[in-house]
Design a protein around this ligand. Structure first.
Ligand SMILES: C[S@@+](CC[C@H](N)C(=O)[O-])C[C@H]1O[C@@H](n2cnc3c(N)ncnc32)[C@H](O)[C@@H]1O
Length: 289
């Protein structure tokens, strides 16, 4: 059964209790239940939001469209999508994690009445087949063991001729100039992905994956944000910090090592002579025939 709830701060509590419990357990990339996690996810959107929006518009996102945002998380892109499709269109955000959807309700609620959310597995959403004009996901596929199943589901819910836009990052590409302890992010997350049976660099094959799922006219843009100022500079450090308990329980680092690395990452982040390169992003857009 799908739980479908309109966005809005007053409705999020009801949503949390009504949510379906028989869902896939999402990769715990970004639990949105702490303010630290929230500020990190907002930094992610500051860094990657503008290019994603530009490509969505270039691909053909327009007012009146019916859109599904797979693995919507805290709803930062869901909100942008809803603003663009306007009152004659609609957006449904899908996520397997109820806590993310509660947060998304708060972020997307004010001023927008064309958004709803569903707690569901992105590989088996239960959404109506052949009914969306555009399907979208960002930072979802690399968190899935079966990426093809998700792309198949996206294909199935699209109308004939509909658009897919997918974005994903290669964690191993994150670094700094000059190289610094911030490289710990790439190493630790690559190893954590392997421990979880996931490939956090799967984005490098995104175009091929989309084509293999049956889409045609696939186009790709890759970009690597250089973060010279602002809160976004903390992305690599905050990500390691948030994942600390998982890194320790996976046996990749001891608590003492983590504390020491985080202190050094903080210093490197605050050093204006260090240019931070966030994970390289691949954005692919294509059509269903
Ligand atoms: C890194 S977050 C990205 C969130 C959002 N797309 C963004 O870019 O800000 C990945 C999201 O995918 C969700 N997720 C992971 N596995 C999922 C699955 N099998 N089905 C649905 N959502 C899933 C997580 O709960 C999380 O909200």
């Amino acid at each position: 059964m799908i739980t479908q709830v309109k966005a809005g701060p007053g409705q999020t509590t009801a949503m949390a209790t009504a949510l379906n419990r028989n869902q896939a357990v999402p990769d715990e990339c970004s639990p949105a239940t702490t303010s630290a996690a929230l500020r990190r996810l907002l930094a992610v959107h500051d860094i990657y939001g503008p290019a994603g929006k530009r490509i969505l518009l270039r691909a053909g996102l327009q007012p009146g469209m019916r859109v599904a945002d797979f693995g919507c998380g805290i709803g930062t892109v869901t909100r942008t999508l809803a603003e663009i499709v306007g009152p004659t269109g609609s957006v449904i955000g899908v996520d397997a994690d109820a806590s993310q959807l509660v947060q998304a309700g708060d972020i997307c609620g004010p001023g927008l009445t064309n958004i709803s959310f569903v707690e569901a597995d992105a590989c088996a959403t239960g959404l109506p087949r052949r009914s969306f004009d555009l399907v979208y996901c960002r930072f979802l596929l690399s968190h899935l063991a079966d990426r093809s199943a998700c792309l198949r589901e996206m294909y199935e819910v699209l109308k004939p001729g509909g658009l897919i836009v997918v974005e994903d990052g290669d964690v191993a590409s994150a670094t700094s100039v000059p190289p610094s302890v911030l490289d710990a992010f790439a190493l630790l997350f690559t190893l954590l992905g392997r421990k979880r049976g996931l490939d956090y660099s799967a984005a490098n094959n995104l175009c091929q994956m989309v084509r293999a799922a049956g889409f045609f006219k696939a186009q790709i843009e890759m970009h690597q944000p250089a973060v010279s100022s602002g809160e976004g500079r903390f992305l690599l450090k905050w990500s390691v910090e948030d994942a600390g308990p998982a890194l320790i329980s996976a046996g990749l680092i001891t608590p003492d090592q983590l504390e020491s690395i985080l202190a050094k990452m903080q210093a490197a982040t605050e050093d204006p002579s260090v240019l931070i390169l966030a994970p390289r992003m691949s954005i692919v857009w294509a059509r269903k025939s």
